[in-house]
Design a protein around this ligand. Structure first.
Ligand code: SF4
Length: 611
């Protein structure tokens, strides 16, 4: 097989994407392997290899002697064309085995716009896309990752969804597969047994009934001994949880080319639009000692010159100053730097900044998300203009001059006054810089203000909200483009078309599987890439199937409507989400749960106590 692939490499961009054989790649004797798993990332190599979750799951499976986890990425269109021409099926990077020959394929769902790539990968592997068309001769197809918290739009394609953190449940699933494979394996029997494992959802074992208006009337299991609600899985003891002893070092430059250590999971801030902040609760930290030990191992095994401390909001780590001091002291002699993926200054410490400044000047970012204090109270974003100015006054004299602001447009209750606030904050940054004594101004100040389009997501207090229409978004973008006329401020904004589609699939139901299939048949793929995205293809697919996408994106739901993802228990209770939505309507803030328990329900459900 490799010989055939090799012949194509000189015809395509970045051949390093397709050759595997990286430093720290697992090699196994296939005669001693009982379960072969393909970890499939529905995007190109560079994006997939930057994903920490892939490294963790790749290693944890491969550390089991008779399991073999191999990687599969979406080939870029040039390679796909060549493969189709030469009839080469999609293959793994470890052994160049056609994916059809593996036992299990696991797709990670990181963004909704990757869904057509999943179908494209299955088609390139000559594997039927619909789960009902795959018998025992095909691999079991699984999906997990943040988008799996609403799995329904992909229900027709997947045999299994994994809800929550995958470290433990993936191994349990593979063990079950191994046992059942020994005894005259039958796919349906395996799926029924799998559905009994906590955190596993087998869509074909559940039925949805709809009302005439298209909303859900009922959702129920078709057999008696599987759960009605699926609990997400978490690693309870995160400090002692699994971390790879070695990490793959990519062949080509990837998006994040450095060793990454996850310092904590979860977030306590409770921003009302943020899905990650809700579904990854509760917060669990690794101890400083554990992080130091991992950093030694990962540097030794990869040779990387930089360690990045990852989490949803790393400056919130409870002993961040101590951690950074220790890591710098330990790594300085080997010239290994420490970085934070982006210095989100919502929780700022001058001492930490001074330390980091010694190593590397990463860009500074603030995420006020909304332009006025009123709207920041609505979304529960605990950052004020005073915080920003105070921070900038401390940080500019240390030598920084580039600042990025992240905002969202289309947030609930937004007015044009809130949009003016986006301009005001951007100008405030350039004004604060201009006020500094001239001897401290070493470079020109540059501010980038980015505005994404708000997408209401499942399991957030805004999950019932209507999204702005594409026309409303575009009107607001035009307004801001005109308003932000400060030459030192660069204004960038996200495409409204893709945000609309993201909103449809984020809160979609099973009926949307047909739309994804139809759009793929019409040529949709790499929808997350501007040069490939074409909304017309999608609108044609919706029209041909008489499915109205506005029903999903632009409709406000009532609290008593059964939502497609209601059968998933992420630990945060629906009553908490309703309370938070009501608080947003009266602009009432909720404290960070590190300052006091806000009764979201997660610790009672998952750690057996209160915060
Ligand atoms: S700080 Fe807010 S936006 Fe950031 S992860 Fe936490 S809840 Fe989400």
């Amino acid at each position: 097989m490799y010989k055939k692939i090799e012949k194509l490499l000189y015809k395509v961009e970045k051949p390093g994407r397709y050759i595997g054989n990286e430093f720290n790649m697992f090699r196994k004797d296939l005669d001693k392997v009982n379960v072969r798993f393909g970890f499939c990332f529905p995007d190109v190599y560079e994006v997939g290899m930057s994903h920490l979750g892939m490294h963790v799951l790749y290693n944890i499976k491969n550390e089991v002697e008779d399991f073999y986890c191999e990687r599969v990425f979406a080939p870029w269109v040039d390679m796909e064309n060549e493969m189709r021409k030469e009839k080469i099926e999609l293959f793994t990077l470890e052994t160049f085995t056609p994916i059809k020959e593996l036992d299990m394929l696991g797709f990670t769902l990181q963004y909704e716009l990757s869904y057509t790539n999943i179908l494209n990968m299955l088609s390139l592997g000559n594997i039927p896309m619909l789960s009902s068309d795959r018998d025992e001769t095909y691999p079991i197809v699984i999906a997990g990752g943040i988008c799996a918290y609403n799995p329904e739009p992909l229900a027709e394609f997947m045999d299994i969804f994994v809800m929550g953190e995958g470290e433990e449940v993936n191994i349990e699933l593979m063990n079950l597969y191994k046992e059942m494979k020994k005894k005259n394996y039958n796919k349906d029997e395996f799926l029924i047994e799998a559905a009994k494992i906590e955190g596993i959802y087998v869509p074909k074992l559940y039925e949805v009934k709809y009302k005439e208006d298209g909303t859900i009337e009922d959702f129920f299991p078709l057999i008696s001994d599987i759960p009605k609600k699926i609990n997400k899985r978490i690693v309870k003891n995160f400090d002692k949880g699994y971390y790879p002893k070695q990490m793959l070092v990519p062949n080509v430059e990837v998006v994040h080319d450095r060793a990454v250590i996850e310092v904590f999971r979860g977030c306590t801030r409770g921003c009302r639009f943020c899905q990650a902040g809700m579904v990854y609760r509760p917060v669990r930290e690794k101890s400083i000692e554990t992080i130091k030990e991992y950093s030694r191992k990962v540097v030794e095994s990869t040779g990387y010159g930089e360690i990045s401390l990852a989490s949803l909001s790393t400056l919130d780590y409870s002993e961040i100053e101590q951690l950074i001091n220790d890591l710098i002291d330990e790594n300085e002699k080997d010239r290994v730097g420490v970085s934070l993926p982006s210095l989100r200054l919502d929780s700022f410490s001058t001492e930490v900044m001074k330390k980091i400044q010694k190593i590397r000047k990463t860009g500074l970012t603030f995420a006020p998300e909304a332009g006025t204090q009123r709207l920041r109270d609505v979304i529960n974003k605990g950052i004020s203009e005073e915080n920003i100015v105070e921070t900038l006054e401390k940080i500019f004299p240390l030598g920084w001059s580039r600042v990025k602001f992240y905002f969202m447009i289309g947030l609930p209750t937004e007015t044009y006054e809130d949009l003016d606030g986006i301009m005001d904050i951007s100008n405030l940054a350039t004004y604060t810089y201009s006020k500094m004594p001239s001897e401290l101004k070493k470079q020109r100040v540059s501010v980038t203000t980015s505005a994404s389009c708000f997408v209401p997501k499942p399991f957030t207090p805004f999950q019932w909200m209507a999204q702005d229409t594409i026309e409303e978004f575009e009107k607001k973008q035009k307004y801001l483009r005109k308003k932000i006329n400060n030459k030192k401020v660069k204004f960038i904004y996200h495409d409204a078309d893709t945000s609309f589609l993201e909103a449809v699939f984020a809160r979609g139901d099973r009926k949307l599987s047909k739309v994804i299939l139809k759009a793929w048949e019409k040529g949709a793929k790499f929808d997350g890439w501007n040069e490939h995205f074409d909304l017309n293809i999608w609108m044609e697919a919706f029209n041909e199937l008489s499915i109205n996408p506005e029903f999903y994106a632009h409709r406000e739901r009532s609290y008593d409507e059964i939502l497609p993802w209601d059968f998933v228990d992420v630990g945060v209770s629906k009553s908490y989400l309703i309370r938070e939505d009501k608080n947003s309507k009266v602009e009432k803030k909720t404290v960070d749960c590190r300052e006091g328990c806000t009764n979201c329900g997660v610790n009672q459900d998952f750690l057996g106590g209160v915060c």
